[in-house]
Design a protein around this ligand. Structure first.
Ligand code: PEP
Ligand code: MG
Length: 587
């Protein structure tokens, strides 16, 4: 058995060691296998059976998803069932088998090709993208032509799932079964559906491995290191042992961290801070609270749009927001209005492709152009505010005029709700994200217009340093500790506090132990991050003295480079608190 290692993106930490369970890709046949005329009826029956099998599988998946993840996630499967019942597709398949005397596989291959060509010629982006749904249904059908007893049975043992890609429905079903040790996939990235799910279910996962699904087979022995983004196939004995040790250490470390969830969020000298969770799905609330989150500091609401094939209604928005608000109450929930446009395109809407999406019509710029959509969202957030401690958070603010416009729309929406006798929090706090350097530089002016601020360091760093946050060629320049980034962040935090307004950081910076210490040194109290990092940050901040950190950070701010700043902080903090960074390295 060949031994090799592959690098990808570690999207869910932890280590798993086990056997491969490959979800094979279906390749539609290119061979027209002929049958005799008297075999036609049998072939049609075979096709029929496959259709029935596919229907019952889809119905089963739909029900399970509805139970586990809610109604809105199951709509896509409803659409797949309807496609399967489409009369013209069915008669097309029958006709090919009858007239050309060929196997059902060939008929499916022809129909698949026909739809592919048809969809490729459609200019409307939304309809063109529906091709993947038809392809998905035909693929399931193709798989089901093979009789069930010939298929290799899943023996139910815990295995490592390897696939080229997983559809959201497949990911939800496979990962929630409880027998997946880890996930290794050719495609995907940090914010893909599989990544989010793996994180919330605590399953180690490495994505973007390019061709692992072609390089391994069922039964291969692999190690998935979700913390370091590495997969090792058929490792030699010594390496297995090394990873068993690493896994054990990691698990001890996780147990140790979990204990901190119940402890108070204070530094050694009693400075109170608040760990909050960044979430994308309502299902993440409970696990986040159990990890020690004291609220949801960022709900990325665009995920509601990205998961659906149609535009979500006010009711659909409301159901999700109110569920989150109820489950998080009495802690606060910051619902961010959609950050969409640019590269996060919305297939439901015709969004023009832009030459420079990061600087284009995204986030609040998009919402202020599509005010009908924006008002639907504002109405739903306001209604949910009757169920808990809800705040409105606006992404990518660049100028005061945008806030003025938002306030007018918000007033209109409140009036409409009053007329309809809907309950809502009249004083719902309105806050904006500081993600554009222009906004950061005028914090003193912006802060007067809103109830609170939240710094989105992921984007603020990208725009401040002119470094695309997703481009690996310039990632060496993406430095959260760059003196200019730190100057901006410090200015925003101090200015908000001087004005008596609440300020939080909800970018990845808050999840990095060293950067979190810097933020603490600036006086930050609200740290919002992916919930899996909360125990680590809590442990780090609990092991330092605010007074010392403040002094060290003030001194570090006189240094000229990110590296000097990092080295200085590590050296000075470690002198006083030798355990401060122990937790930084393992995850
Ligand atoms: C950010 O930019 O820091 C942020 C939290 O928003 P997102 O990562 O969703 O762009
Ligand atoms: Mg952002």
């Amino acid at each position: 058995m060949e031994y090799f290692r592959l690098r990808g993106i570690g999207v869910s930490p932890g280590i798993a060691i086990g056997e491969v369970l490959l979800t094979e890709r279906v390749i539609f046949t290119e061979r027209k296998e002929k049958i005799l005329p008297h075999q036609v009826e049998h072939e049609l029956k075979r096709l029929n059976k496959a259709i029935e099998r596919t229907k019952s599988q889809l119905t089963r998946i739909k029900d399970q998803i509805r139970k586990k993840m809610g109604e809105e996630h199951s709509f896509i499967l409803e659409a797949h069932l309807l496609m399967l019942e489409d009369k013209s597709m069915r008669s097309g398949l029958d006709r090919i088998i009858r007239e050309e005397h060929c196997r059902a596989e060939w008929a499916l291959s022809c129909i698949h090709e026909k739809y592919k060509r048809l969809f490729e010629s459609i200019s409307d982006e939304y309809f063109r993208q529906r091709e993947s749904d038809i392809s998905d249904v035909l693929t399931k059908l193709y798989r089901n032509l093979e009789s069930p007893d010939k298929k290799k049975k899943d023996d139910g043992r815990e295995k490592i799932l390897v696939a080229h890609d997983l559809l959201p429905s497949e990911a939800a079903l496979k990962l929630s079964r409880g027998n997946v040790l880890a996930v290794a996939i050719d495609m995907g990235g940090q914010t893909s559906h599989t990544a989010i799910l793996a994180r919330s279910l605590n399953i180690p996962a490495v994505l973007a491995l390019r061709n692992i699904s072609q390089r391994v087979k069922n039964g291969d022995y692999i190690i998935v290191d979700g913390s370091d983004g590495e997969v090792i196939v058929n490792p030699p004995h010594a390496l297995r042992k090394e990873f068993f040790d690493k896994k054990e250490k990691y698990e001890d470390y996780r147990r140790e961290l979990r204990k901190t969830a119940k402890l108070r969020s204070t530094t050694l000298d009693n400075f109170r801070f608040y760990p909050l969770a960044n979430i994308e799905l309502p299902e993440e609330v409970k696990p986040a609270l159990s990890l020690g989150a004291e609220g949801v500091g960022l709900f990325r609401s665009e995920f509601i749009y990205l998961q659906s094939t149609s535009l979500p209604s006010e009711e659909e928005h409301y159901l999700i927001y109110s569920q989150i608000a109820k489950e998080t109450s009495p802690f606060p929930v910051y619902i961010r209005t959609i950050d969409i446009g640019g590269e996060k395109s919305l297939p439901q809407l015709k969004i023009e492709k832009e030459p420079n999406p990061a600087l284009g019509l995204r986030a609040i710029r998009f919402s202020l152009r599509e005010t009908d959509l924006f008002k639907i969202q504002l109405r739903a957030i306001l209604r949910a505010s009757a169920m808990g401690n809800v705040r409105i958070l606006i992404p990518m603010i660049t100028e005061i005029e945008e806030i003025v416009e938002i306030k007018i729309l918000l007033r209109e929406v409140k009036e409409e709700l009053k007329l309809k006798r809907h309950k809502y929090d009249e004083n719902i706090p309105l806050g904006v994200m500081i993600e554009v350097p222009a906004a950061a530089a005028m914090t003193d002016l912006l802060v007067k217009e809103v109830d609170y601020l939240s710094i989105g360091t992921n984007d603020l760093i990208q725009y401040c340093l002119a470094v695309d946050r997703g481009n690996e060629f310039v990632s060496y320049l993406y430095k959260p500790l760059h003196p200019s980034v730190l100057r901006l962040v410090r200015f925003v935090i101090e200015t908000a506090q001087k004005a008596g307004k609440e300020i939080s950081v909800c970018g990845e910076m808050a999840a990095d132990p060293l950067a979190a210490i810097v933020l603490l040194g600036f006086g930050l109290v609200n740290f919002s991050m992916n919930p899996i990092f909360i125990p680590k940050i809590k442990k780090t901040l609990r092991s330092v003295e605010f007074k010392t950190v403040k002094k060290v950070i003030r001194e570090a701010m006189a240094l000229k480079t990110a590296q000097e700043i990092e080295e200085y902080i590590i050296e000075k903090i470690l002198v006083k608190h030798p355990n401060a960074f122990l937790m930084g390295k393992v995850i």
